[in-house]
Design a protein around this ligand. Structure first.
Ligand code: SF4
Length: 443
């Protein structure tokens, strides 16, 4: 019995690919072990977006090797690609992003050479971990599935390493997407998240060889007569690619949830220019205004970077004010991290760690305030939640469940275990005192 273990760092796309890799290995007859258990091979599905993500991969490798010195460790994905020919301690195999589709064969060969696998043939032909259909067999809970519809980016934002690593653009053909959604919904998933590195750049050809873009894809998903009901969430969209017609489509379709993750990165026009983002501060404000105008209480979330080279207190203030004034529900805060090879890496006037930390702390406080404001606006409103897990039991023996609503609010409510993975109608009562989320009751 050959055992493998896998861990993933980084984005949703990487998480999607972990499921695909796990399915490849288990279909080939491997048995999956936890990261803390003994295994023949450990795969670190890595990320290179920040220095911290790379440090984490090295720490994981060192901790595994100390416990299981005989094992093989494979570093796969973005960090392995960024390293190029460079080698790091404890890593036996390097699998670049572009070679992820060969990961099973590469690992098998190494295990065979080591003598762990005398003569090992995959039970099924090894598929492609980058773009394979049928990648979701490995999902453990059947509530929310990520469907990778797009890969690659050529936008070259000045701080971002991704275009140097995932530079082959891929868009899954529309008929495959329909097939995947149908299959996932039949498997019991009630929510499917359309994921990619840059999904607004989704672009392919239809059966008549005409251009077929992101908006057409959304329209097709909206109209297709799927067998089972489910809901669709978009993972993230760039402001420049968000049109009023997409907003209206989401508003009018019962399938799409009213949640928009629109990356801001900076509220300063000067910094946006240096970042080489494809939109201006004014355009960003306009797009958020369009969402607000068309959809009542849409959940608007974002990403923001603090401490980009030369970011002055005034630039930061522009970001702070914009986040404060617009109708945000939530945002993720990242401290700028220098990535060798990017344009920002060679920029002067780097911001010190203490300053970045302070700006980040200010935004965390603001984020907390915005979360509470959004919860309060939702108090007393109906919502549909997908029950994800039982978090406790009341003294009278009732299950307390949690799950996310269509507006991505985590809701806590009393119910029954058979509700798990189902869409349940609730009324949001008030922000929870003990958890990040809202208390609710069934209706
Ligand atoms: S759009 Fe910009 S930030 Fe996003 S992956 Fe592409 S280069 Fe990176």
């Amino acid at each position: 019995m050959i055992k493998f273990a896998i861990t993933t760092l980084g984005c949703k796309v990487n998480q999607c690919e972990e499921k695909q890799i796990s399915a490849l290995f288990t279909n080939a007859g491997f048995v999956q072990a936890g990261l803390k258990d003994a295994a023949d091979i450990y795969i670190i599905n890595s990320c290179a977006i920040t220095r911290e993500a790379e440090n984490k991969a090295r720490q994981i490798a060192s901790s595994i090797k100390r416990r299981f010195p005989e094992c093989l460790i494979a570093l796969a994905g973005c960090y392995a690609t960024r390293l190029g020919c460079e080698k790091i301690k404890y890593i036996d195999l390097y699998i670049k992003q572009s070679d992820k589709d060969k990961i099973l064969d590469i690992c098998l060969r190494a295990l065979t050479e080591k003598g762990s696998v005398p003569s090992f043939l995959p039970a099924e032909p090894s598929g492609c971990a980058n773009h394979a259909a049928g990648p979701h067999r490995g999902f453990s809970s059947r509530t929310r599935a990520q469907l990778k519809i797009q890969d690659g980016c050529k936008s070259f934002c000045s701080y971002c390493i991704v275009p140097y690593i995932r530079n082959i653009e891929y868009s899954m053909p529309p008929e495959n997407i329909i097939g995947e959604i149908e299959r996932l919904s039949k498997e019991g998933y009630s929510e499917i998240v359309l994921t990619g590195i840059h999904i607004g750049k989704y672009s392919t050809l239809d059966i008549y060889s005409n251009p077929f873009g992101f908006e057409q894809l959304l329209k097709m998903i909206d109209l297709y007569p799927f067998t089972r009901e489910f809901r669709i969430r978009l993972s993230s969209i760039d402001p420049a690619e968000l049109s009023e017609s997409i907003i209206l489509l989401i508003k009018n379709s019962p399938r799409f949830v009213p949640h928009f993750h629109v990356a801001l990165q900076s509220g300063s026009e000067r910094i946006l220019n240096l970042m080489k983002r494809a939109y201006s501060r004014t355009e960003f404000i306009e797009k958020i205004g369009l969402i607000k105008k068309n959809i009542e209480l849409a959940a608007i979330t974002s990403d923001v970077i603090v401490g980009f080279p030369s970011e002055t207190p005034e630039d930061f203030e522009d970001t702070y004010k914009l986040l404060d004034e617009l109708e945000f529900y939530d945002f993720h805060i990242f401290q700028y991290s220098d990535r060798p090879g990017t344009r920002a890496y060679s920029m002067e006037d780097k911001i010190g760690a203490a300053e970045k930390k302070e700006r980040s702390a200010k935004l965390h406080e603001l984020k907390h305030k915005k979360n509470r404001m959004y919860y309060n606006k939702n108090s007393g409103r109906e919502a549909f939640v997908i029950a994800e897990k039982i978090i406790s039991t009341t003294p009278s023996g009732r299950a307390v469940l949690s799950g996310h609503t269509e507006r991505y609010i985590e809701a806590f409510f009393e119910g029954t275990p058979d509700m798990i993975a189902k869409i349940v109608r609730i009324k949001l009562i008030a922000p929870s005192e003990s958890n990040d989320g809202m208390n609710a009751v069934l209706i």
